[in-house]
Design a protein around this ligand. Structure first.
Ligand SMILES: Nc1ncnc2c1ncn2[C@@H]1O[C@H](COP(=O)(O)OP(=O)(O)OP(=O)(O)O)[C@@H](O)[C@H]1O
Ligand SMILES: [Mg+2]
Length: 462
């Protein structure tokens, strides 16, 4: 679809931006428009500036240096622009799902009836009918991303900005999102999406751009064809994987775990993982993957059943420090130090390693995760994907015997996902047991030596 003859909703003119204290421009003289009823997608590697651009349009960049103009024509809609944040936790305000969906329209002056109808419609379209009374804090990340999307849509913004909207969604969630975008286009909304996986939107996106070195280039979907392959590159997966030994790294027997609201999440689940295995744990949004990992490290206790992790029965988190590492689904929950270096050194220092040993181990982990150039930066000034790699470095710096990763691909672009699998393969070769939980299908290639599926509270072999 071309631009001519259509009314624009968003116009970006010669826009440049640099962050405070960081001389180099992240965005350089960008110019583009998005018309009513049109959907534009921006892709680009982690740290390219995609979120920065969306934050600029939403008017949320503080300080720094900017030039040029961003204009929005709301064309009679009550709300000019709404943004789905990359880290949805930072936008959720209310305690229940229905309050969250109703908050926006209520705040901008829709009547009670309109608010209720719009919130209801938004929740239905994201597949959350029946979730209205649920506590948002207790939802899975994929469910939370759906709530946050419903909360943006219920206000009916003229311009809808979506930052990595598929990062936590399973296949059904992605298909639902594409349907929603078709509907929004029909209604005359303008959409701008930033996503590492533009292929998901093929067929609904009108124009695709790549953001690179601060500049936008229009691309065809074909341009990215083949770049999304998981096939191991040089130094990638190794067919000489250590056979898993008989001695288990993890044993769970008859585990029952119920949500505070009574929902049974894990239903008499048993699982045994041998030392040195690399296990891919697949489950749809809300299947209970994160709960299972949290039980393994003692962050939750089961109502019934037994757990033994790295030789410790019914472990408490403090008994596993350094020996069992858990990479959280949301990296921001893991980052709290002033600098990237101290972040990665935290566990080692807690275990009273001398600074002489801390230094090479931390540098090694930072280099492995390709974040050594950020060593002196505050983790909070990094892009989401960069934060994810720092969180991974801080988990692997202590060289844990068992490594648990909860949706580690979220926020990583494709080459980084492949590199992460390469890193994990290398760790496995050195004897680490790895459990990787994901809502995405198993990447092609010989990356793992076991594939298990969590469904209806039970594990089956894939
Ligand atoms: N508050 C900040 N201060 C200084 N630099 C920042 C700040 N926030 C982001 N940056 C830097 O700006 C660059 C662009 O960040 P941005 O979050 O826009 O990237 P992105 O393309 O959205 O990446 P990702 O795919 O990882 O989400 C990154 O190199 C990041 O380190
Ligand atoms: Mg981003």
């Amino acid at each position: 679809m071309g631009n001519r003859g259509m009314a624009w909703a968003l116009k970006v003119e010669d826009f440049s931006y640099s962050y405070p204290g960081n001389g180099e421009a992240i965005l350089r003289s960008l110019s583009f428009t998005v018309n009513r009823g049109e959907c534009v997608c921006i892709t680009g590697s982690s740290g390219a500036g995609k979120s920065t651009l969306l934050l600029a349009i939403q008017g949320l960049l503080k300080g720094g240096h900017c030039n040029g103009r961003i204009t929005i024509d709301a064309n009679g809609w009550k709300k000019p622009v709404g943004l789905l944040f990359q880290n949805v936790d930072s936008q959720i305000l209310c305690s229940t799902v229905e309050e969250e969906a109703a908050f926006g329209p209520d705040a901008i002056g829709f009547t009670g009836e309109e608010t209720a109808a719009q919130a209801h419609h938004a929740l239905q379209s994201v597949g959350l009918a029946g979730f209205e009374k649920r506590n948002v804090d207790r939802l899975s990340a994929g469910e939370k991303q759906r709530v946050a999307l419903a909360a943006v849509l219920s206000s009916r913004p003229a311009v809808v900005l979506l930052d990595e909207p598929t990062s936590q969604l399973d296949e059904q969630g992605k298909a639902d999102l594409v349907q929603i975008i078709h509907e929004l286009k029909r209604q005359g909304h303008a959409l701008l999406i930033a996503d590492h996986e533009p292929g998901v939107f093929h067929g609904v996106v009108d124009r695709l751009f790549q953001l690179e070195k601060g500049c936008l280039r229009e691309r065809s979907f074909g341009f990215f064809h083949g770049s999304g392959s998981y096939a191991p590159g040089p130094g990638g997966a190794d067919s000489s994987k250590p056979a898993s030994s008989a001695e288990p790294a993890l044993e769970m027997d008859g585990i029952v775990w119920t949500e505070p609201n009574g929902k049974v999440v894990l239903d008499c689940l048993s699982l045994r993982i041998g030392r040195g295995e690399f296990v891919y744990l697949y489950g749809e949004n809300g299947a209970g993957k994160s709960s299972l990992l949290r039980l393994m490290v003692g962050l939750e206790s089961p109502q019934a059943g037994s757990i033994r992790t790295a030789g410790i029965t019914a472990p408490k988190p403090e008994q596993l420090v350094g020996n069992v590492g858990l990479l959280f689904q949301n990296p921001q929950k893991q980052l709290f130090e002033d600098s990237v270096f101290s972040e990665a050194a935290f566990t080692l220092r807690m275990l009273k390693y001398g600074e002489r040993e801390v230094m090479p181990r931390v540098n090694g982990a930072l280099a492995l995760c390709e974040v050594e150039r950020f060593a002196e930066r505050s983790p909070f000034t990094l892009s989401y994907g960069e934060q994810h790699r720092v969180a991974l470095a801080s988990v692997i710096a202590a060289n844990p015997e068992v490594l648990l990763l909860d949706e580690p691909f979220a926020g990583l672009d494709f080459p980084q996902r492949r590199r992460m699998l390469t890193i994990l393969s290398r760790l496995q070769r050195n004897g680490t047991t790895i459990i990787l939980a994901s809502h995405g299908p198993l990447p092609a290639g010989e990356w793992v030596n076991r594939h298990i599926i969590l469904k209806n509270g039970k594990i089956s072999e894939g």
